[in-house]
Design a protein around this ligand. Structure first.
Ligand code: IVH
Length: 674
């Protein structure tokens, strides 16, 4: 037996460390080290693997994104067909399901597991000797496509499982040489929004919803592009020799979690049918609080030994059923179609609707995305259309229900409705844009973006004010905000002395914003919040970022498209002038040093959030806590100092109570932050 050299040992150690931190970050949402430290480990491993290519293995964490784009995806037959689920919208049919299960199994009472029905695409992963070897789409249920290279880019999916992990999955029994895990590939709403914003900036057609966007991403032939898209995967089934490995489905979930797979935390072991109904009702009310879309609840018989006994129909198993929430759709009339001009000059057609109630919310506008979409839908002014609301996203037009006999066709205006500038559509682009670099619409949107809470956080600079500042010529770029005097502000409409002073102070305070926020606030195409954070951590100063070329691509997750966009931004003379003005004004161009940070009253404290807080998004609350020195983790443990409880809290509240962890509400949190 050969003795491992020190390089081999270092490589193994690095891989283990990286796997551990990937799991903490992507599966548990509870990182222990910063992105920067993580990148350092990754780069060291890449360097060693470059030096010693013979030590490279396909399951190394560096191999998540690799290889050449595929020509096509090979077709693969599923060893066990991937069935679909029977759907129902009614409690009566659900009761029928329960009755049938009890009759067929001869039991008077059956336990069920309630799970969220994730709106994504199902995927079967095969592991051989603990290593991920195949990932196949559902396809027609019998045969799917092998998209392994794409699935490997999903950071929460383990590329290999060591023996200890396999023990957990198989309850200490002998490990099968080969097994399959199945689950759902999804895209979070946040990732979807970011992707669509990027597509809009690039003049590409936007995706209609996170599901389509996840499916579209999986069909990309180049894994490098997939890696930029932030997909995620939740697992819910294990198959060994065609069957479940453990007697209870509930245990399978626990095994999957212990083995390092991402499983959805919102599941319930229901001892009675009434508990199933309770679970369904609970999530109908809470579904909007999730960062991904669900379209119902899946109910499965917990006893997996009954699965065979109950069998299946042609298409679906008799041991599971999907209860679908009613679609939030409604029919209404398109009164008009107009265009909105975005920050990047893109013209987006928007339908003005006869107001209509959709699942408790009055909807009077819906996006039509772009001209291609209008043509696809064939929608004209006056038509009756079906509209749909999903989560927080802007309502969309699904289809024309009844064309108006005298429907008016919509044409994209030849001149920008805001500045009268020329409208044009570049070769190969879907979007029409206003070409005028000084279009006030762009400036207005840029100012709103700049002052957003998650950017420079200038509270009080809303649309009405931005309109006045731009229309009166008081502000010609974002840097002009810093030279506005209190008196100038006080002279604006609907501004009193007090609010002018407050706004002046907000603008002044924003100069202290952290570098990551400044980078994000600049509105560089393709640079979202997370990329801004990575860039700030990597470069440490705006000047270093501005002069970086080669080094840009070294930042993890910054692909060629993004780095090109950053380089282009800083090359642009207009932007250089704005940056010079910002520097002059005293905006921070360096990362804050720990010592020079503001007061950190929550230093060392660990928080867990559950439920929604009025006025603040989850990300905002997390940011506020982190800026005050605290940490937000995903699960409650004895180490947790506070659980912040909002509206409709989840199981974390019960956990906190059982562990005796202190719980506080939003107001109490704000007090701590002061
Ligand atoms: S179980 C035979 N569990 O719904 C069991 N499916 O209509 C089939 N889905 O193709 C899958 N969340 O894509 C199961 N918690 C969940 C699910 C789920 C979403 C999807 C899956 C499946 C479809 C069935």
């Amino acid at each position: 037996m050969s003795v491992a050299t020190s390089v081999e040992k270092e490589i193994e150690k690095l891989r283990d460390e990286i796997r551990y931190h990937e799991h903490r970050y992507y599966v548990l949402n509870d990182p222990e080290i910063s992105d920067f430290e993580f990148d350092k480990l990754m780069r060291r491993l890449q360097e060693l693997e470059r030096q010693r290519p013979e030590l490279m293995t396909p399951d190394s964490p560096t191999q998540r994104v690799g290889g050449q784009p595929a020509e096509e995806f090979p077709k693969v037959r599923h060893a066990v067909p991937m069935l679909s689920l029977d759907n129902t919208y009614s409690v009566e049919e659900l009761e029928d399901f329960d009755r049938r299960v009890r009759e067929l199994s001869g039991r008077s009472k059956v336990e069920y597991v309630g799970e969220l029905k994730l709106d994504g695409l199902s995927m079967a992963l095969t592991y051989e000797y603990g290593v991920l070897t195949h990932s196949v789409t559902r396809g027609d249920g019998t045969q799917g496509e092998d998209v392994t290279a794409n699935v490997k880019t999903i950071r929460s999916v383990p590329l290999r499982l060591e023996a200890k992990k396999l023990d957990a999955l198989f309850g200490g029994h002998a490990h099968p040489k080969r097994f399959e895990v199945r689950g759902e590939v999804i895209m979070s709403r946040a990732a979807f929004e970011q992707l669509n914003a990027q597509r809009e900036a690039a003049g590409e057609p936007k995706f209609a919803n996170p599901r389509n966007s996840a499916a579209g991403t999986m069909r990309l032939l180049d894994p490098k592009l997939v890696a930029e898209r932030r997909l995620d995967m939740y697992l819910y089934q294990v198959l060994v020799n065609g069957g479940a490995p453990l007697p209870e489905h509930w245990q399978v979930f626990e095994g999957l979690a212990k083995a390092g797979f991402k499983v959805n935390p919102h599941r319930r072991l229901c001892r009675s049918f009434d508990e199933v109904l309770g679970f369904i009702q609970e999530w109908e009310a809470k579904r909007d609080s999730l960062d991904y879309e669900i379209d119902g609840i899946v109910v499965k018989v917990n006893d997996t030994r009954l699965w065979d006994e109950l069998g299946r129909t042609a298409k679906s198993p008799r041991w599971a059923i999907a209860f679908k929430y009613p679609a939030r759709q409604a029919t209404t009339v398109v009164k008009d179609i107009r265009v909105q001009v975005g920050r990047t000059g893109t013209l987006t057609p928007v339908a003005d609707l006869e107001p209509v109630d959709v699942g408790g919310v009055t909807v009077s506008h819906a996006t039509l995305h772009n001209m291609d979409e209008i043509e696809r839908l064939g929608v004209k002014i006056g038509d009756s259309v079906l509209i749909q609301r999903a989560g927080e996203v802007i309502p969309q037009v699904v289809k024309v229900v009844e064309p108006a006999p005298d429907g008016r066709e919509f044409h994209i205006p030849k001149k920008c409705p805001v500045c009268g500038g020329e409208v044009f559509r570049a070769e190969g682009e879907v979007a029409y844009r206003c070409v005028n670099a000084a279009c006030p619409a762009k400036l207005k949107e840029s100012l709103l973006h700049f002052s957003r809470r998650r950017a420079m956080n200038i509270d009080g600079l809303g649309e009405a004010l931005v309109d006045q500042l731009v229309d009166k010529g008081m502000v010609r770029d974002v840097a002009d905000l810093y030279s506005l005097t209190r008196d100038q502000l006080a002279n604006l409409e609907r501004m009193g002395d007090k609010s002018a002073s407050n706004l002046r102070e907000e603008i002044e305070n924003s100069k202290q914003a952290d570098l990551a926020r400044v980078i994000f606030a600049l509105g560089i195409p393709f640079v979202g919040e997370r990329t801004a954070q990575l860039l700030a951590e990597h470069f440490g100063s705006l000047d270093k970022l501005a002069s970086a070329r080669q080094e840009l691509e070294e930042v993890f997750e910054v692909g060629p498209k993004v780095s090109e966009s950053i380089a282009r931004f800083f090359r642009e003379k207009r932007n250089q002038e704005v940056l010079a003005k910002l520097r002059e004004a005293g905006v921070r161009f360096e990362r804050k040093k720990a010592a020079s940070r503001g007061p950190r009253p929550l230093e060392g404290k660990q928080f867990v959030l559950t439920g929604t807080l009025p006025n603040y998004s989850r990300d905002e609350v997390q940011r506020m806590i982190e800026e005050a020195g605290g940490r937000v983790t995903g699960s409650v443990s004895k180490k947790t100092d506070y659980v912040v409880v909002g509206r409709e809290p989840g199981s974390k509240l019960e956990k906190a109570r059982s562990l005796g962890v202190k719980t506080i509400n939003g107001d109490e949190l704000l007090k701590l932050l002061k």
